[in-house]
Write a protein that binds this ligand. Structure first.
Ligand SMILES: C[S@@+](CC[C@H](N)C(=O)[O-])C[C@H]1O[C@@H](n2cnc3c(N)ncnc32)[C@H](O)[C@@H]1O
Length: 243
């Protein structure tokens, strides 16, 4: 049986999705408040930047993968108009339910699918734009997921991957201290769960950096990939064009 990483631990590949599910089942109800606290509100700016770069137009067909509580899906839904579609998807039912409730609170009813990014239940070339925010690093076979994202995009369509990345060297020490000392404590105090936030910090360190992810996207069929570093590389937005 092949091994993979779950944070800093080595686990059987077959166990990773289940362990990740445990993390998001545990944090779903506190996910949004924790996001604001941990990033000091910055996740809103990173997502707003992503939405601006996406430049979604009236009538576009958009797929949000690992959409969780739906920040991107809701923003895109306001831009595609009545002729367009935004499909909100995630592998975790608890996260999708939170997302559905938040969308309903804003008067939005979005088509929703509970699905694994590694085997998407959509036809080839069905979407103009695919987005995945802070989801890719949790996936067991990232290459498989990226290939699926490529398959469901039309030629010329774009994939936007917003994800934690490799921070600039002068900030590494401070970032490590914050990630490994402060984050789990906030997780314990607010969500009663230090372990899930320890996993968050570890999974960020195990995720490919800017150049490696760009290469993976090219291998998956994105002929052109741009990388936008945000907050000194704490986060990066990779934009791939299927061409
Ligand atoms: C950190 S949350 C991000 C949620 C949202 N996109 C955001 O930016 O706030 C990561 C999400 O990835 C989802 N996820 C993890 N593995 C997945 C997979 N293989 N397929 C689809 N979603 C997955 C989790 O269930 C979780 O909701």
């Amino acid at each position: 049986m092949s091994q993979t990483h779950f944070g800093f631990q080595q686990v059987d590949e077959s166990q990773k999705a289940q362990r990740v599910r445990g993390v998001f089942d545990s944090v779903a109800s506190k996910y949004d408040v924790m996001n604001d606290l941990m990033s000091m509100g910055l996740h809103r700016a990173w997502k707003a930047y992503t939405v601006a770069v996406a430049h979604v137009r009236d009538g576009d067909r958009v797929l949000d993968i690992a959409g969780g509580t739906g920040d991107l899906a809701r923003a895109f839904a306001k831009q595609v108009g009545t002729r367009g579609t935004v499909v909100h998807t995630d592998i975790n039912e608890a996260m999708l339910r939170q997302g559905r409730d938040r969308a309903l609170d804003e008067g939005l009813v979005l088509p929703t699918a509970l699905c694994d990014a590694e085997t998407l239940p959509f036809a080839a070339a069905e979407f103009d734009l695919v987005s995945v925010a802070f989801g890719l690093r949790n996936m067991t076979h990232k290459e498989r997921a990226l290939a699926e994202m490529n398959r469901v995009l039309r030629p010329g369509g774009r994939l936007l991957v917003l994800e934690f990345s490799k921070v600039a060297a002068p900030l590494e020490k401070a970032y490590d201290w914050y990630s490994f000392k402060v984050l789990p404590r906030i997780g314990q105090l607010v969500a009663g769960d230090a372990d899930s936030y320890r996993y968050l910090a570890e999974s960020i360190r195990m995720h490919p950096g800017q150049a490696e992810l760009k290469a993976m996207m090219k291998t998956a069929g994105f002929g052109h990939v741009d990388v936008h570093n945000l907050s000194a590389g704490v986060v990066a937005l990779h934009v791939g064009i299927k061409c």
